[in-house]
Design a protein around this ligand. Structure first.
Ligand code: ATP
Ligand code: MG
Length: 775
């Protein structure tokens, strides 16, 4: 019997098989990256559903040749009669719905489901593969009335939470400067991760003004959430634990449902998650966890390595319940040696050494560029070359420490026409503010673009609601005139008359910007749009968040400047067309072939034939914050270990001599992690001296400078051109020719002129942009 089952799992090595067949009781699989932990988990689930406890309970018996044949047929898909199989080999199968498999990210959960469905077909779909959060939400939706929520409770994301904390602080008359919201949110979140409620938090804070204040915020924050029938992300797990602790019968139900529990990436669980898992597995004790202490990278979120270290004691493991895997099936020896050497610089670890029999492979490439833009184009170049040699785009991943690094990388992908997808962060052109501003530009370019118009007509708020927009829509289709024209004439249409003030104002603004588009550069137009539409001040009212959004809009200017530099006949229309091509890539379908861009944190558990790790500079990676403490450096080093071990065949570690980040140029030396790698296994590529000549030789760098210069120039221009105009002045306009000023209205930092032009009639224009000359 044993042999037949083993044949089904013959791809697994003996230690892996041991884990696959061990389905009852606690099981700890502790092993390094790429040693097949997740693969074991998947095969273990397949074993449970196919053969249940056959291996454990009845392995003494021998099969008759007929039985062996039956199993072989079943294993190889020639026969799918599971019931008959169960009868033949006499086992109790595990029902799919009795299995709960928890992983760390939605992407990983999705992959787990796919891989199980691949082995098991339809039956595989019955298992629950979820993240801690999605599993708990599912439970809470059904049971939350027990703890005082109604079923339709809302889940607040970080932005929502921030808003609530803000209002709580306002009510308490607290200064955001003294108590930065971000740090308060972190403290509250940390408390929740350790299951410390507001009262306990307060009792620990006695005598500490800051902590005590946070305790009070925490308390009111929780009360607010409850009053709104809402939970934040951390609450989702805390409330589930709370539910199970208070309602034994509910707990019992879920214990019976999830008889077999598995947790992947166990090294990154925190205290509440541990509590949850131990509650659920208490009754049957069938709990299998899989992890690698060297890949623990969420300490900052309260993950505790103790969960792994104490597992054996906590769940009563016997020696045979702990399985270690040492053979790596993912990477070449050169990659592995680098990763092993790197992580060996951490003290305080359960030492292990991975080996592989897949050969040395290529050396790991360490490449230096002058700037972050060159770094990005180096990566794009290698990807293009690789695809010419037959690799797919999807074979490549680019990993970085911070989301902010993705911009330069995205630009390079776009420029090289490489399809890409960003995970765990929005693509530049997907960001709301960028989409909004582009929608304005589209409407300016095409007054009939109802689709874009709808997006921005009330953004920022102008008191123009959906009902009004529907009326406009109707009139547009009845009369065949464009929407802006209809709005200009809104007083003439009865259903619009009430809103005509807001509508005409909006329409005139678009008209003016349309005129401006003909005579200004694109960055100038963008500035005017941000300014005149009120979008800029609307963002500025939103504090730091809004400023960051404004920066993204500024970033759009660099794309514009570049376009104007390169296009033969630059125009707004041409620019929008180009952008439309970029954004086309956005709609790339999920199964398409694309390069994956993500942070190293998000890459956990994944693998790619070719991996680039970007920004390997001190103060970037390891991050500047971490460079002051050994403990934090060790966490960063584990993160580096995760990043390096994602690569199967080709690994490029890249860094730049100079990097523009958050609008500042930083110069950092190469990362200490690079200096820790074994020289024999890497190939260093440092540019020759001539490449690093004067910065002017670098067109990419000059773009940043160009924008800075442009901004400076614009500022001085603006002040220089504040010529005053009076009604009756005769003026000369670059495009519309001569005319007489008939109206002068000062507006935030500018003046709107109404000019009766001799040839083209009356137009409204902004003085600082159009700069009509007095004659
Ligand atoms: P990580 O620590 O990064 O999560 P892991 O230990 O979960 O890694 P897996 O992702 O399960 O490792 O496996 C790594 C690679 O090795 C996968 O491509 C998998 O298909 C392959 N693999 C695992 N076990 C074997 C085996 N016995 N024979 C051949 N290939 C294997
Ligand atoms: Mg894994």
């Amino acid at each position: 019997k044993k042999k037949a089952l083993e044949r089904f799992f013959s791809r697994m090595n003996p230690m892996q098989q041991k884990a696959v067949f061990h389905i009852n009781g606690p099981l700890l699989i502790l092993a390094g990256a790429g040693s097949g932990k997740t693969t074991v988990l998947i095969n273990r689930i397949a074993n449970m559903i196919h053969f249940g406890d056959a291996y454990e309970t009845s392995y003494q018996q021998e099969f008759t040749p007929e039985e062996a044949q039956f199993i072989a047929d079943y294993a190889e898909g020639r026969n799918d009669d599971g019931a008959q199989l169960a009868q033949v080999i006499g086992f109790r199968p595990v029902r799919p719905w009795n299995i709960l498999a928890i992983t760390f990210t939605n992407k990983a959960a999705g992959e787990l489901k796919d891989r199980i469905a691949n082995i098991l077909g339809e039956e595989g779909k019955g298992i629950t593969a979820a993240t801690f959060h999605s599993a708990c939400v599912r439970i809470l939706r059904r049971e939350c009335t027990h703890i005082g929520f109604t079923q339709s409770f809302a889940i607040y994301d970080t932005d929502d939470s921030k808003r609530v904390i803000k209002s709580v602080m306002r009510a308490m008359d607290l200064d955001e400067k003294m108590f930065p919201i971000r740090s308060i949110m972190t403290e509250i979140s940390n408390a929740k991760d350790s299951m410390i409620g507001p009262d306990e938090f307060a009792s620990e804070a006695v005598g500490d003004y800051r902590k005590d204040t946070i305790a009070r915020i925490y308390k009111r924050y929780q009360a607010e959430l409850r009053a709104s029938n809402a939970m934040d992300f951390d609450d989702i797990i805390c409330h589930t634990v709370d539910l199970f602790e208070k309602q034994p019968d509910v707990l019992d139900h879920y214990q019976n449902l999830y008889k077999y529990i598995m947790v992947d990436e166990y090294q990154d669980t925190n205290k509440v998650q541990f509590r949850l898992v131990s509650l659920l597995s208490q009754k049957y004790g069938n709990i299998c966890v899989v992890g690698d202490d060297d890949q623990s990278i969420y300490r900052f979120r309260g993950a505790t390595i103790e969960n792994i270290l104490n597992f054996e004691e906590e769940f009563g493991c016997r020696p045979e319940d702990v399985i270690k895997l040492e053979q790596n099936y993912r990477s070449t020896q050169n990659i592995l040696t680098c990763a092993n050497k790197l992580i060996s610089h951490n003290v305080g670890r359960k030492g292990k050494n991975l080996w592989t029999d897949s050969g040395d492979g290529e050396k790991v490439i360490v490449h230096k560029s002058m700037t972050e833009r060159e770094e990005a184009s180096y990566i794009a170049k290698i990807i293009t070359e690789n695809t010419e040699k037959g690799r797919r785009y999807g074979d490549h991943a680019i990993l970085y420490r911070m989301n902010a690094q993705s911009n330069a990388l995205e630009q390079a992908m776009i420029k090289a026409s490489i399809p890409y997808k960003i995970f765990g962060g929005l693509k530049f052109y997907d960001r709301k503010e960028v989409k909004d501003i582009l929608a304005y530009l589209e409407v300016i370019n095409n007054h009939s673009d109802m689709f874009r118009l709808r997006r921005i007509i009330n953004e920022p708020k102008r008191g123009i609601g959906d009902a009004t927009v529907r009326v406009i829509d109707q009139i547009v289709s009845d009369l065949g005139e464009d929407a802006i024209y209809i709005m200009e004439h809104s007083p003439e249409y009865v259903p619009l008359a009430k809103k005509s003030k807001a509508l005409t104002e909006f329409a005139f603004m678009i008209d003016d910007l349309t005129d401006l588009a003909d005579i200004s550069t694109l960055p100038e137009l963008l500035d005017a749009v941000v300014d005149k539409t009120g979008y800029g001040s609307y963002l500025l009212q939103q504090g730091l968040e809004g400023e960051a959004r404004l920066e993204n809009i500024e970033e759009l200017k660099s794309t514009m400047a570049k376009y104007e530099e390169e296009a033969e006949e630059p125009s707004l229309e041409g620019f929008l067309e180009e952008v439309a091509l970029y954004t086309d890539i956005d709609t790339l379908d999920e199964n398409g072939d694309y390069v994956a861009l993500m942070t190293m944190h998000a890459a956990k558990g994944l693998e790619f034939p070719v991996v680039f790790v970007a920004g390997l500079e001190d103060n970037v990676f390891p991050s500047s914050r971490s460079m002051e403490s050994d403990i934090e450096i060790e966490e960063e080093r584990r993160l580096a270990y995760v990043a390096l071990t994602r690569a199967k065949e080709e690994l490029h570690l890249v860094y730049a001599g100079e990097r523009m980040i958050f609008g500042n140029v930083q110069r950092n030396r190469e990362s200490m992690f690079l200096r820790e790698l074994p020289k024999e296994n890497i190939e260093e590529q440092v540019p020759k001296l001539s490449e690093g000549a004067a910065p002017t030789a670098n067109p990419n760098l000059s773009l940043g400078k160009q924008i800075a210069m442009y901004n400076a120039a614009k500022r001085s221009e603006t002040s220089a051109s504040s010529e005053s105009y009076n009604v009756g002045d005769r003026v000369m306009h670059k495009k519309f020719g001569e005319g007489t000023v008939v109206g002068v209205t000062p507006m935030a930092g500018d003046t709107m002129l109404e000019i009766a032009f001799d040839k083209v009639g009356t137009k409204k224009i902004f003085a600082n942009f159009a700069k009509p000359k007095k004659i």
